[in-house]
Ligand binder design. Sequence first.
Ligand SMILES: C[S@@+](CC[C@H](N)C(=O)[O-])C[C@H]1O[C@@H](n2cnc3c(N)ncnc32)[C@H](O)[C@@H]1O
Length: 485
Amino acid sequence: MAATSSFLTPGLAAQEGHLASLHLRRDAAIPVVLASKPSTEQDAGYAEGMVTNTRFGSFPHSTIIGTPWGSQIRASKVDTGSRGRVTSKKRKASELNDEGAEDDETKEAESADSGFLHVLPPTPESWTYSLPHRTQVVYTPDYSYILHRIRARPGTRLIEAGSGSGSFTHAAARAVFNGYPSGHDQSAGLGRVFSYEFHKERHEKVSEEMKTHNLSSLVTCTHADAYKDGFLLPVGEGDARSQSPRASAIFLDLPAPWSALPHLTRVTTEEGPSALDPDSPVYICTFSPCIEQAQKTISYLRKYSWLDIQMVEVNHKRLNVLRSYTSLSYSGMRGVNPYPEDVSAALDHLKAIDRRAKDFHAGSTSLPPSAKVKRIENAQTEAHSTMFKEGQVIHRSEPDLKTHTSYLVFAVLPKEWTEEDEQKEARKWSGKVEISAEVPKSHRQMKKETKAKRKSREAQGQDHTNGVSWEQAGTYDASNAMSLD
Ligand SMILES: C[S@@+](CC[C@H](N)C(=O)[O-])C[C@H]1O[C@@H](n2cnc3c(N)ncnc32)[C@H](O)[C@@H]1O
């Protein structure tokens, strides 16, 4: 059985060796693989073992491992030796990894006041906003819509090109996941992602990430040029590419998606079988930033017999709903507009200022110096007790949501339908339903026929009266008769 991934089956608590999302605040998280001991020299040097440093303090992994997902973790005072992380005191990574070598040396963490974070299971969404960008990536509003439209569901075999920074790859892996491969028949009926990238370093990085995130049993990363080499896979290492991924969903995030389309047909060539699932319709989406690219893709999709071609632009807006407080009685409080609510509040305020000025010039100190502070305190106490239901509910759109505009082109390539398939289905259904050679008429067809019949009846009526209908003829006769009188 393959190692489980915390992206797909996170369990109840953060585990050593698994990825966790250290959530600092909204849209800010640090993805880390939890380890009680450092495995590289760069990470060594802390008496508490492996530590992640953030703007809210230092977090030894020993304080995170084993805590239920969603827990709040307090920062710790970490011991970095006499002055910073002294290199001479660093032990070699290999030594640190030796079983038992470190056990009695790891110091228990002591909590600090600097801050806290929450430990969350990683998701494709949190990975998308925290991943190391190597290219432009596909963001959540786009990939959630794309995966829905290309019908990526548990058990789907999906082709993706290029892999880029692996943002879409993680979301696709979750969408198609329906179990980890185990036993002899490793992949029967299981969802898989086949990701292709021609840039060597990017391919290596994404393959490494798949291993670290325990997704490599579901995601096959291939170093290939999708335009030239197509999508067939080698049977064994070093073999020629001749195995079909049998995909029924395709996502192309390439500069020239039309150049990859000749490799996505149902035709078997000398090079090998079709890369598509012969038993299913195939759904495709291409992602292009320019309309000219989308247009060219559409014309090639037509050329290669793709149907139901549609272009969509996802224009996502996130709304921030909040209450707006406007009152002088809240003055001094955060997030409040300190303006008078109405005319009487403004007059009261002016009167108070006037009174204070008069007192000042008269040399009187009827208002003690701390009165203003007291007034604010009272107002704040009062406001706190009711504030949650006061204030006007307003919403603001958040224009800063990370996404980048692109044109999404969708199409479908139906399953090939042969005479054999027709006969097979006829045999299968003939015992259950009466199969008539006469194809049932559509609603549109029936409407068209009714209209044609009506027209022909009208035409016949006109013939009888020499260009005037029966009704018109009747009217004509009557009026004619009257005028004769
Ligand atoms: C915009 S990035 C893809 C980003 C990815 N969808 C993500 O969400 O992270 C486009 C990638 O396609 C790769 N690419 C371009 N032409 C290619 C080709 N002919 N075959 C395979 N990959 C290609 C580039 O190297 C680049 O990494």
